[in-house]
Design a protein around this ligand. Structure first.
Ligand code: ZN
Length: 252
């Protein structure tokens, strides 16, 4: 055959997108790896290499040792804030602009979908865009948080002096209810769920494709490595996420 497997899979995915009435994307860490943001599950490149996530990224740890929490997160948020979207984020924004994609549901907190131009983004794990006072719920933009730190290394609310926490979902916290409900509604209504860069292993997000499939929709997977849904996907691409989505866009 003249056409490689990857190329024909990209063409198959393009035709699924063309034929679908409602396409929704579900993205995870893998889409941001080409932007220089490591997937914390990848050995050797992980965010958690020298630290136990439960020791810093748990809501109990935030309350118990807020100074240590911020010591860990402050530089990481600063780094995340400087990252730029890559061609995979841009491909999804382009699909939406062409009227071929209804929404992006993401597990990522890095804001790169919005930076790439995606309009409808559901951030089910929250985002670094804002932080909130845990006492009075006052909201602070990322750029304003730096000014909240006192000499004790803790970000304090300017109106009530309560502890300010980033609006990202920590271990031990529930996912934002409104965002999850919106994600569930979109997945149940989609006739194609396009899963990109997610191992689909972390619940409750890992249960979302089930809603699409149960309603008679299809799913496509563009992810390196195996997922629990591989056998149920109509199309599976497991090369480089940028190359794969660029190929799909070119085939449309
Ligand atoms: Zn407050």
């Amino acid at each position: 055959m003249a056409v490689s497997g990857q190329q024909s899979a990209a063409a198959d995915l393009a035709s699924l997108i063309r034929d679908a009435r409602s396409v929704v994307a579900l993205t995870g860490a893998g889409i941001s790896v080409p932007s220089g943001i490591p997937d914390f599950r990848t050995p050797g490149t992980g965010l958690w290499e020298n630290v136990d996530p439960m020791e810093v990224a748990h809501i109990d740890a935030f309350h118990r040792d807020t100074r240590r929490f911020w010591q860990f997160y402050r530089p990481r948020f600063a780094q995340l804030g400087e990252k730029a979207p890559n061609a995979a984020h841009e491909a999804l924004a382009e699909l939406e602009a062409r009227g071929m994609l209804d929404a992006v549901i993401t597990q990522n907190i890095d804001r790169l979908h919005a930076k790439a131009g995606s309009q409808k983004v559901i951030e089910v794990h929250g985002s670094i865009a804002t932080s909130s006072c845990t006492t009075c719920h006052a909201s602070y933009a990322l750029e304003a948080v730096g000014a909240l730190f006192g000499e004790d290394g803790i970000a304090a609310c300017t109106s009530c002096r309560g502890k300010v926490k980033p609006d990202v979902v920590l271990f031990g916290e529930l996912l934002p209810e409104a965002a999850m409900e919106e994600a569930q509604r979109l997945c149940a209504a989609a006739d194609l769920l396009l899963c990109v860069g997610s191992s689909l292993e972390v619940f409750p997000v890992a249960g979302l494709p089930e809603l699409t499939l149960a309603a008679g929709g299809r799913m496509a997977i563009v992810t390196q490595g195996r997922t629990p849904y591989d056998d149920r996907a109509d199309v599976r691409l497991d090369g480089d996420v940028v190359a794969d989505l660029s190929a799909v866009l070119a085939a449309l």
